[in-house]
Design a protein. Structure first.
Length: 249
C-alpha cells in the first residue's frame, strides 16, 4: 500500500478547515496510480493508493477516505465483487475505472452502487473533474437544499440536507449517494413526475449514455431500504417516478 507521507493513516478525511477530500485510488497499474495521484494532489486532494482490492476494501471499511477511484480489473479481487461488498457496507462515493466498454458492464457497475464511470483510456483531467462533481453532489444539498431539514407526509419522510440524511418511518436510511440523489430530486417537487432522463441529469449533473436504465435499479434499492414506507416512491407508468407525499409546512 502507498500513502501520502504527510497524511496520518486514518485521520478524519474532511476537517472543517480543510474543504478538500481524501481520495483512495485502487488501481493495479503503477503508472496509472502515479498519474492519478499527481493530478488529484494538484487539485488539493489528499491521496491514498493501493494495488490490492482487499486492502482497498479494508481502507473503505476503516473510513479512511471520502471517495474511491476503483479499477474493476484488479488482480486479487473482482472489481464488481468489491463494489458489491462496499455497497453492502455503506461505502463512500465510488468512481469506477475500467477497460470494459460494453454498456451492460457499465449499467451493472452503476446498479451495484458506483457513482460514476470512466472507461480506459481516459484523461486524468476528466477523472479529476468527475471526482469534483461527485464530491459536490455528496457534500452539498440537492433539489431541496434551500431548507436544511424538510418533512413530508406528516413526518413519514424527513430529509436533513446538512447531514445528508434521510429518515423514513422514524428510521435513518443507509443510502448511497445516487439513492440520496434520486430521493432528493423527487422531493424537490413532491407529486411531480420525473422522467428517468430528468433524474439522470438531476443526480449526475450531466447526461450519461445508458445510465437511464440504472435509475430503475436505484429506485428498486431505495424502495427496499424504505421498507414499510416503500410506497413513498411511486411509479408513473410511461413517465418515470414521483414522491407520493406532500411537503409539511
Amino acid at each position: 500500500m502507498e500513502f501520502r507521507a504527510a497524511l496520518p493513516r486514518f485521520a478524519p478525511a474532511m476537517a472543517e478547515d480543510d474543504p478538500m477530500a481524501t481520495v483512495l485510488v485502487v488501481e493495479d497499474d503503477r503508472d496509472i496510480r502515479d498519474v492519478l495521484r499527481r493530478y488529484l494532489e494538484r487539485a488539493d486532494h489528499a491521496v491514498l493508493t493501493t494495488a490490492s482490492g482487499a486492502e482497498g476494501l479494508q481502507l473503505i471499511e476503516d473510513g479512511a477516505c471520502d471517495l474511491v477511484v476503483l479499477d474493476l480489473g484488479l488482480p486479487d479481487v473482482d472489481g464488481l465483487e468489491l463494489l458489491r461488498a462496499a455497497h453492502r457496507r455503506g461505502h463512500p462515493p465510488i468512481l469506477v475505472l475500467t477497460a470494459r466498454n460494453d454498456i451492460d458492464d457499465r449499467i451493472k457497475g452503476l446498479s451495484l452502487g458506483a457513482d460514476d464511470y470512466v472507461a480506459k483510456p481516459f484523461s486524468p483531467t476528466e477523472v479529476v473533474l468527475r471526482v469534483g462533481a461527485i464530491l459536490s453532489r455528496t457534500h452539498a444539498g440537492g433539489g431541496t437544499a434551500d431548507a436544511e431539514r424538510a418533512s413530508y407526509g406528516q413526518g413519514r419522510l424527513v430529509l436533513d440536507h446538512q447531514r445528508r440524511e434521510a429518515i423514513a418511518g422514524g428510521r435513518v436510511l443507509d443510502l448511497t449517494a445516487s439513492e440520496w440523489g434520486v430521493l432528493d430530486a423527487l422531493a424537490s417537487v413532491p407529486g411531480r413526475p420525473f422522467s428517468r432522463y430528468e433524474l439522470v441529469n438531476r443526480v449526475r449533473g450531466y447526461e450519461f449514455a445508458g445510465y437511464e436504465r440504472s435509475i430503475d435499479s436505484h429506485v428498486k434499492n431505495l424502495r427496499h431500504k424504505l421498507g414499510a414506507e416503500a410506497d413513498i416512491v411511486q411509479t408513473v407508468v410511461g413517465v418515470g417516478y414521483r414522491l407520493g407525499l406532500n411537503r409539511d409546512h
